[in-house]
Structure formats: C-alpha cells, structure tokens
Design a binder for this molecule. Structure first.
Ligand code: SAM
Length: 246
C-alpha cells in the first residue's frame, strides 16, 4: 500500500514510522509512506493559512498548497480528510481501507481545511471521536496504525489479530480479558479453567467473558450482531450470576 500523508508537521510522524507495526510493514514492503508539507508548496512560507471569510477568530488552511500536492500525486488514491465532522472510524472501515492500494491522508490544522478542497477532492471524511484535537496528525497516526497492522508482515503473529475486539472472528464484540504468568499475582489467581487443557471449556469461558464485558460496556455492539443460541445461553448464565433480568 502507498500512503501519502499531507501535513504541516511531517516531523510528527518520524518516530512512529520507525516503531512497531508501522516499521515492520514498511520493512516487509507492504507499506510505503510519503510525507508532504503544504508549506513547501505555498506561494511564500507563511501562505498556508488565512483569515476565515465571514470573520471571527482563528485561521483556515488555504486550498492552493494542498491542491498542488494532490495534483502531483499518482491518480486513483482514496483521499481521506481527518475531521471531527467526519464519519466515526471503526474496525470495519479500517479493514476496508487496508484493502486499498493507495491512501492519501490529509491532516487539518487551525479551524480546518478550506471547504472547497474537501468538497472537490476528498472521498472520505473520518473522525476518530467526538472531541477536538489541535490538529489532524494524531488522528492520521491512529488511522495509519490501525490500517498498517492489518498489512502483511506488520505483526509478528498474524493469527493474534483474530483475537482482537471488533473483528469478525470475535463476532464484532469486545475481546474480553487475557492473562499470563504468574498464575497468582498479588493474591489474584488466573481463572482455573485457563490453566487446564480442556479446550472446549476454555473457548466457552473466553466467549462468556467477552460477552460479559460487552454487556457491561458496549451494549450497542451486542445490539448490532446476530446472537447464536449458545451466546444467548451464556448471556442467561451471566444474568443469573449477576442477578439481573432482561
Ligand atoms: N473547527 C473544526 C471543527 O469544529 O470541526 C476543528 C478544527 S481542529 C482544531 C483542527 C484539525 O484537527 C481539524 O481540521 C482536523 O484535521 C483535526 N481534528 C480535530 N479533531 C479531530 C477528530 N476528532 N478526528 C479527526 N480529526 C480531528
């Protein structure tokens, strides 16, 4: 995958691109990242922003430098603008983006990017949550990391991704708790079933705890998925254990 990142702060990405899945995906040849600074395409160094039409406080990113970059890129990339006004990012969207060959990611600053660029050049506006960042760079990094870890060679054990929350293999719910050694830590023991070799019992336990966590924290996720009869039985068990009715 080719990723072109358009940002007024390219240095923001230097360290993260050398760490973990982002580094590994590049080393494996499944990811190439190019950084582009609109300041280098402005008519003069300070012409990257200007006052907003209509008045009021703040500045707006001017269209020309960004569009000059967009026009020199190879055609066909999916252009994404990180914005709190975008559609919320979710794992399904990340998986769809990971199947693309070329992404162009635009980070805004100030009040945002001139709306005409968004209108004419952007395919997808993406938000990483209902809060305001000072710039699109952290959001671009979130998107890039989530996409990159799905690319070949990005994670050591690719099967481990199938245990992640929101994935189809986990049925779109939260993944539930995990444990490692020691078996007892500060008086807290790892659940007995996980220490035995009964794989059916282990699978049942993990599913039940995943359902329990999702019931407690993200009922919205459970409402979106078709529950199997086995899941329903586990939910009834949880309800009985916890003394609630539905
Ligand atoms: N005035 C804008 C608004 O209310 O929609 C917010 C501008 S924000 C200070 C500057 C830039 O940060 C935005 O253009 C966008 O690129 C990025 N940004 C801020 N919050 C974001 C979020 N939740 N998701 C994605 N990008 C965000």
């Amino acid at each position: 995958m080719r990723v072109d990142l358009i940002t007024l702060f390219p240095e923001y990405f230097h360290a993260p691109l050398r760490i973990g899945p982002l580094r590994k995906a590049q080393e494996a040849g499944s990811l190439q990242v190019f950084l582009h600074d609109p300041a280098h395409y402005a008519d003069h160094p300070k012409a990257v922003d200007d006052v907003p039409y209509g008045g009021g406080a703040g500045m707006v990113m001017r269209p020309e430098p960004v569009v000059r970059i967009l026009r020199k890129l190879p055609p066909g990339g999916t252009v994404i603008y990180l914005s709190p006004q975008g559609i919320p990012l979710c794992q399904k969207r990340v998986e769809a983006l990971a199947r693309k060959e070329h992404l162009v990611i635009l980070s805004g600053r100030y009040l945002g990017l001139d709306a005409r660029v968004v209108e004419a050049f952007v395919d997808l506006e993406v938000s990483i949550g209902d809060y305001i960042l000072s710039g699109g760079e952290p959001a671009a990094l979130v998107l890039l990391d989530a996409v990159a870890r799905l690319l070949p060679g990005a994670v050591g054990d690719e099967a481990s991704r199938e245990r992640d929350s929101f994935t189809a293999t986990v049925g779109g719910i939260l993944a539930g708790p995990v444990y490692t050694r020691p078996p007892v830590f500060e008086g807290m023991a790892v659940p007995e079933v996980l220490r035995g070799g009964n794989h059916a019992a282990i699978r049942r336990f993990l599913r039940k705890e995943a359902l329990r966590k999702t019931l407690h924290r993200r009922l919205d996720l459970l409402r979106k998925i078709p529950l199997s009869e086995a899941d329903r039985a586990l939910i009834r068990e949880i309800a009985e254990e916890e003394g609630w009715s539905f």
